[in-house]
Design a protein around this ligand. Structure first.
Ligand SMILES: [Zn+2]
Length: 404
């Protein structure tokens, strides 16, 4: 077994050790030492990184026999029997803060709300625990966080000790131990006892601020997303930065932001409504203009209109407006996103079966489309075909019997 220096002193960052074995897996070189400060991924806490003999350590694992394997970016020199190692302290201390914060927050949920922790996840960017039941009320969460902050301020010692199993089970452990031999118990003095093999800070004050950022409902469980120490501080600064921009943009105070945004949303909704209304009026006026300019035959106004590529009009809206007037046949086309789109419609009082026209169009030209007796639409292979197809429909319209 590798001697675990990180258990003896989690604040130790440098060490020298004897090379015990060299291994290789998937072309990745690994080395086993007689002792190490490198924590292997285990118990929910990610592995340390750092250097061994100046070579980056990219992963650290522990095999079932308790040997810790340091996976390296390059092989160790052949003749090297002793190595100097140094862990990335910023990364390790962050994990120590988050992990200790987790012990404390789990203890608080247990103590105040009788909710045991049934899951724990820690990565470089996230920290969560899972609780049974739906998300607790906001007020209860505030009490939990106040309790946590109280323990942080007391600067209580956090210690780790190995107990024989029969002694360990007499301690008020939050969870029964899952090992058969001696149990490593991490104690927040007088507050919490947890069987744990991870690394922790030496007193609660080093956990710093603990904040919950999200309560996520997951089936009949709740995932609590939270931050401790440096992560909480950085998150706080980021939120200040964001809210400063928002309060400046909306010329308001932090506490009035939600109201200001609600007001803004109402204004946007009202503007959208007004624009929609104006658009409808304009479209109707444009339809009237097109009808006035269209040739009239047998009492029917035959509108033939090709839309410009950058037009403000929507073909659908314009068509709807055109055939809402009586005695109109409207034929429209446009290039839209590289496709030759066409529409043909008629007013309710015009005796023209558009579906019949569509069959004729399909027989004569290579066009696609569908629709109803009063309105058909589709695409043509190119603009030239589109124009020919619309001209055929125009001829049909000119041939209509006079409206009486
Ligand atoms: Zn722990």
């Amino acid at each position: 077994m590798t001697h675990k220096l990180y258990w003896q002193d989690p604040y130790r960052t440098q060490f020298t050790a004897r090379v015990v074995a060299r291994v290789e897996e998937d072309h990745r070189p690994g080395v086993i030492l007689n002792r190490t400060c490198f924590y292997p991924t285990s118990g929910g806490q990610p592995h340390d990184t750092g250097v061994l003999a100046q070579i980056p350590v990219v992963d650290v694992t522990e095999d079932p026999s308790g040997r810790i394997i340091h996976w390296l970016a390059a092989p160790l020199p052949e003749d090297l029997e002793e190595v100097h190692g140094e862990i990335d302290w910023a990364r390790r201390f962050d994990f120590m803060q988050q992990h200790s914060g987790q012990h404390l927050l789990s203890a608080a949920f247990q103590e105040l709300l009788y909710r045991p922790t049934i899951g724990f996840h820690l990565t470089e960017t996230s920290l969560t625990i899972d609780l049974p039941g739906p998300p607790p009320e906001a007020e209860a969460v505030e009490q939990v966080l106040d309790w946590v902050q109280g323990v942080v301020q007391q600067a209580l010692p956090i210690t780790a000790r190995l107990y024989p199993l029969e002694e360990a089970i007499r301690l008020p452990l939050r969870k029964p131990p899952r090992v058969s031999g001696p149990v490593r118990v991490v104690e927040i003095q007088g507050v919490d006892w947890s069987a744990c093999g991870g690394t922790h800070v030496r007193q609660t004050s080093e956990i710093g601020h603990v904040v919950i950022t999200r309560l996520e409902r997951r089936g009949d469980q709740t995932r609590v997303h939270f931050l401790a120490g440096g992560r909480a501080a950085r998150d706080h600064r980021q939120r200040i930065h964001v809210t400063q921009q928002l309060t400046a943009q909306l010329s308001t105070h932090l506490q009035d932001l939600p109201q200001a945004i609600t007001r803004l949303q109402a204004q946007v909704k009202e503007s959208h409504r007004a624009v929609r209304q104006a658009r409808e009026l304009l479209t109707r006026a444009e339809a009237q203009r097109l009808i006035a300019e269209a040739p009239r035959t047998g009492g029917v106004d035959v509108v033939y209109h090709l839309l410009e590529p950058d037009t403000m009009w929507s073909m659908e809206e314009l068509m709807k407006a055109l055939i809402s007037f009586p005695s109109v046949v409207a034929l429209m086309g446009a290039m839209e996103k590289g496709r030759a789109r066409w529409m043909a419609g008629r007013s309710a009082n015009v005796p023209m079966d558009m579906l019949e026209n569509l069959s004729e169009l399909k027989e004569t030209f290579d066009v696609q489309g569908g629709g109803a007796p009063d309105l058909i639409q589709g695409v043509a292979p190119d603009f030239d075909t589109l124009e020919k197809a619309l001209h055929l429909l125009q001829a049909f319209a000119f041939d209509l019997p006079d409206l009486v």
